[in-house]
Design a protein around this ligand. Sequence first.
Ligand SMILES: [Zn+2]
Length: 210
Amino acid sequence: MTRCNLGTARRTPVNALILLFLLISSNAAQGQNVRDAALFVAGGALGLGAHEGGHLIFNGIFGAAPGLRKVTFGPIPFFAITHEPVSPVREFAISSAGFGMQHASSEWILSRRPHLRQEEAPLLKGILAFNVLASAAYSGAAFATTGPDERDTRGTAITARVREPWIGAAILVPAALDAARYYKPDVVWLRWASRAAKVGGVLLIVRAKT
Ligand SMILES: [Zn+2]
């Protein structure tokens, strides 16, 4: 089995900044009471938890002994989830698991509650907002190929043997389609284009060497 010597840490400054953005903007964005704003932010935190949980689940499945390490992003301290070196196909699964959780939870929400926009459901809206914003932020880093070496898009691109901007596109397209579904829930092709894009992203794993 070839060993994949990618960096072993996963950092979350992008996610934390998005949460901060949600915290600041939620009141204005929702234009509603404090309880709804709090639920909206809690939804964002759940989205972040699901993203990181996705990495941890695959660490656990592959026995890649996860650990925590303290890192900093400017003055702000964070924890990084670390893991031991694994094969490229496993690294692909671990690196892309955060995006997988984002896309799967957005799909679950929009399939069950297609008219979410008209509903009073700040928690679900917070999860969806986090998912779309995190995908946009990560794809921006991927298009620019900047950020820490351990960033998810880089690990996914190297193991799938594609250039990183393609991973950026693979993340951004379903997120953009999901955002469009939120505003245009009755447009059927948006639904299926989003699902096809998500499946296509997962299928990139066949390019990773075992
Ligand atoms: Zn991640």
